[in-house]
Write a protein that binds this ligand. Structure first.
Ligand SMILES: Nc1nc2c(c(=O)[nH]1)N[C@H]1C(S)=C(S)[C@@H](COP(=O)(O)OP(=O)(O)OC[C@H]3O[C@@H](n4cnc5c(=O)[nH]c(N)nc54)[C@H](O)[C@@H]3O)O[C@H]1N2
Ligand SMILES: Nc1nc2c(c(=O)[nH]1)N[C@H]1C(S)=C(S)[C@@H](COP(=O)(O)OP(=O)(O)OC[C@H]3O[C@@H](n4cnc5c(=O)[nH]c(N)nc54)[C@H](O)[C@@H]3O)O[C@H]1N2
Ligand SMILES: [Mo]
Length: 759
């Protein structure tokens, strides 16, 4: 039977290791994605479903936020998009019988992989206080339970409303509206763990926390720097854009501690020649130490300042602020210190400089390798300095390109899912809906965990995601979650957060992107915003996984009616019936969405305004683009220790595990591996194939331990190690966060590797 989930658990984690690969995609990727899809969906459904991904009349891929090109292929998805779709459109089901057979204590012993493989949730389920099992519950009763617990709070700020980044614009807008009418800005989201550092750095320096380039800009650029990102796995369709840019003459510099296969060579499965030979992508690979990026860009900035005619003086004069102070700091950059911080050779940085100076149009792309460090915000500000110096913002072929993760994480923020909303946004809500939204800032992810831990928050509600597995310091977080009076998860699939609950818990099953959404006024579509600020419609076609599912907008609307009652003048019923009425309100509240319905229905979608990109206008406090001059920082690691980054394998989507392989890195059938450079391994006496415990050392003196990882000798930068999350989240201290953005520093954990007792 194609659609049967695996039975054994713990699933055998027995890593087999081969040499890493040097090219991504090609035939194996196509074969791999079809195999996974057919295991979940069968052959016919696989064909029907995958052809609708990212088409104008189809649904937006629930994978990453990479934009769709103007000329779409018949198959506008990638291997990992196919896996994301299969995971949602699976024919496997988690029914009330399943919950009867598996007490919560049993679910808590299962791996995330096993939980996810059981299939789609079909019924609202309730775990009563003291009960051992979830039991089916009606939607009415479920909303009553939430209302009861919310009413029992001594302040609305004792409730936390989390959002993951798959939620549509319509659902996100209603959700934040409900939270604020209820009375709190406690709206943490996955962005707090993701690109918050980008948002913080960009808002301060260019006035808007979003990227400034389109796909066309990438195609037109002379130089693309890809820093701290692994697109071969996490944004595979980006490789097509890089290939096209290369064909147009662009150079690519890759800055990464790991040689990632996708950036070395791309075998485009959509072209016959690409399938076999493929295109080399990276021209210069800078194998940097973890956290060395700010130092690298600072030195490049010094070298630009010292080169003849390299600074765009007119741009600097007309459009920027803070140049003098920045230039003084940059001139003080030190070669020796930079080489130590980055682990690079002088000649490599000189080679990079040559490419930088030869480029008239430069784009810098980045993702979690830059955002998840203590000094992430100054690092990204330094990237901005680098681009400003040569006028590389607000003209074709140039700009900042933070590559977003979840498919609508950017849209959720645009819709107001933010614990620190702008006063102008709150003002617009107040005018439109006639209530006074709370003005005080709410909890972000890390603060929400502290509040739960300290008994200051008592109700935790999640619109998607897998909070306890995605967040840092697993033991602390799980203990905190268990202190809650009520935990509620609106989910498509079973995950660990359903097994680590408050005194009472609810699972509210919801429609996925791929599914038909029928409401009172007929069939609905939703909208999303991609990583480049393009908004477009998404329409599911599949029969819903169960007739008991409600859509996310319907869940919020019904909950709001039940909780807010007659006090609310918001037409929740109408919103549920017809999402176009939600878009009419968005059009009046959120700048850039004028005539939202008209523009989104006419096909293709539209681009949101972006002042720096469109008119070289910088809506910052100074009215200019701001140079900044933070001191250079980089992690230092005590003798005998390594700096660990926690990252994604090829077969996972955040906490959703598709399989146990990481094909490009040569790892199969296991996830408990730690990649260490052969030099470090030798110095530390760690044989390839030996087993170690990872022990994290942090200033609070607590030793956090993740046992039983197979050592893999791997060509990573010296002094650095890598292992997959969520298994390693137990090692990331809750208080180890980025300055300003408060993002967990998941890419720089100081660890000691101890021989496992069982080795
Ligand atoms: N298939 C799939 N697609 C996904 C996801 C997924 O899990 N699976 N997740 C989605 C989400 S939410 C996100 S945010 C994105 C994440 O996309 P990525 O940011 O690509 O994800 P990571 O696996 O965390 O990889 C981080 C990369 O940065 C490098 N790196 C780490 N530290 C440093 C550093 O200090 N400096 C530099 N220069 N490089 C560094 C790592 O070696 C690695 O190549 O992907 C999205 N797309
Ligand atoms: N150590 C470490 N930790 C990290 C990271 C790291 O690099 N290292 N990366 C961080 C990043 S970048 C991110 S974005 C976070 C991700 O954090 P989250 O977004 O919270 O986690 P996901 O694993 O993406 O959530 C998966 C769950 O979402 C639910 N789901 C899927 N689709 C839908 C839908 O359409 N609607 C609803 N309601 N639910 C749905 C399913 O139940 C599934 O189990 O993790 C962060 N954690
Ligand atoms: Mo993310």
């Amino acid at each position: 039977m194609a659609t049967k989930p695996p039975t054994g658990d713990p699933v055998q984690d027995a890593p087999q290791v081969a040499a890493p690969q040097h090219a991504a995609a090609g035939l194996p990727a196509v074969a791999h994605s079809l195999k996974m899809a057919q295991q979940q969906m069968g052959v016919r459904r696989t064909a029907l479903t995958l052809l609708r991904v990212n088409q104008k009349d189809g649904f937006d891929c629930p994978g990453c936020a990479w934009p769709e090109p103007e000329h779409r292929h018949k198959a506008e998805f990638c291997e990992n998009g196919a896996k994301a779709v299969a995971e949602e459109a699976t024919l496997r089901r988690v029914t009330p019988d399943f919950f009867a057979a598996h007490p919560v204590a049993d679910l808590a012993t299962r791996s995330g992989y096993w939980l996810g493989q059981q299939g789609r949730l079909t019924h609202p389920m309730y775990l009563a206080e003291g009960a051992e099992r979830y039991e089916p519950v009606s939607w009415e009763r479920a909303f009553d339970i939430v209302a009861e617990e919310l009413a029992a709070l001594s302040s609305p700020d004792e409730a936390v409303f989390y959002t993951s980044g798959r939620t549509s614009n319509e659902a996100a807008f209603l959700y934040q509206l409900f939270a604020r009418e209820f009375g709190t800005n406690n709206l943490p989201d996955c962005s707090n763990m993701c690109h918050e550092s980008s948002g913080s750095a960009l808002t301060e320096t260019i006035g808007i926390g979003k990227g400034s380039v389109s796909l066309e800009d990438l195609y037109m650029s002379d130089l693309i720097i890809v820093a701290g990102q692994n697109p071969g796995t996490n944004h595979p369709r980006m490789l097509s854009a890089l290939e096209k840019a290369k064909a147009n003459g662009a150079k690519i510099i890759t800055v990464n501690p790991l040689p990632e296969a996708g950036l070395e060579r791309f075998k485009n499965p959509q072209t016959p020649q690409g399938m076999f030979k493929g295109a080399a992508l990276t021209d210069l690979f800078l194998q940097i130490r973890l956290g060395g990026d700010q130092a690298l860009f600072r030195l490049l900035n010094k070298l630009i300042l010292e080169a003849d005619d390299a600074v765009d003086d007119a741009f600097v004069r007309e459009h920027t602020h803070g140049y003098e102070e920045f230039a003084e700091a940059a001139r003080a950059a030190d070669w020796e210190e930079t080489l130590a911080a980055t682990g690079l050779e002088r000649s490599e940085i000189e080679e990079a400089l040559t490419l930088v100076l030869a480029s008239e149009r430069t784009v810098v792309c980045w993702a979690m390798g830059l955002t998840q460090h203590k000094h992430a915000v100054p690092t990204i500000r330094e990237v901005v300095n680098f681009l400003l110096l040569r006028g590389n913002i607000g003209r074709p072929g140039a700009g900042v390109c933070p590559v977003r993760g979840h498919s609508n994480v950017q849209g959720d923020r645009t819709m107001g899912v933010f614990e620190r909303p702008a006063p102008a946004f709150l003002g617009a809500l107040e005018r439109e809906f006639g209530f006074a939204p709370p003005r005080e800032h709410g909890f972000d992810v890390v603060r929400a965990i502290r509040a739960l831990r300290d008994g200051e928050a008592k109700v935790f509600f999640a619109m998607g995601g897998n909070f306890v597995a995605a967040t840092p310091d697993t033991d602390v977080t799980e203990t905190a979650m268990r202190r809650a009076a009520l935990t509620v998860h609106v989910s498509t699939k079973l995950n660990r957060s359903h097994a680590v609950t408050g005194a009472r818990a609810l699972i509210l099953p919801t429609l996925g992107r791929t599914e038909r959404d029928l409401q009172g006024s007929g069939e609905q579509f939703v909208t999303v915003e991609d990583s480049m600020g393009m908004v477009h419609a998404s329409r599911g076609r599949l029969e819903p996984a169960s007739r008991h599912l409600l859509s996310e907008p319907a869940i919020v609307a019904r909950l709001a009616r039940r909780v807010l009652g007659a006090a609310s003048r918001t037409p929740w019923e109408e919103f549920e019936k017809d999402y176009a009425t939600v878009r009419d309100r968005i059009a009046r509240v959120v700048p850039g969405f004028e005539d939202f319905n008209g523009r989104v229905e006419s096909g293709g979608g539209f681009a949101l305004p972006h002042a720096p990109r469109d008119e070289r206008r910088f809506p910052t406090a100074t009215g200019k683009a701001n140079f900044t001059a933070a001191p250079v920082a980089y992690p230092t690691v005590p003798e005998g220790r390594l700096l660990l980054q926690t990252l994604r394998s090829h077969d996972q989507y955040n906490t959703t595990i598709y399989g146990l392989d990481d094909r490009y890195r040569g790892i199969r059938n296991g996830r408990r591996v730690v990649l260490v450079s052969p030099h470090d391994a030798k110095a530390l006496g760690l044989a390839d194939g030996g087993y170690v415990d990872l022990v994290s050392e942090w200033s609070d003196g607590v030793e956090r331990r993740a046992p039983g990882f197979r050592v893999v000798h791997y060509p990573t930068a010296r002094g650095c190690a890598a292992a997959y999350f969520p298994e390693t989240n137990v090692l990331v201290p809750l208080d180890a966060t980025a300055d300003t953005s408060n993002t967990p520093a998941a890419k720089s954990v100081v660890v000691r590797l101890e021989q496992s007792a069982t080795d």
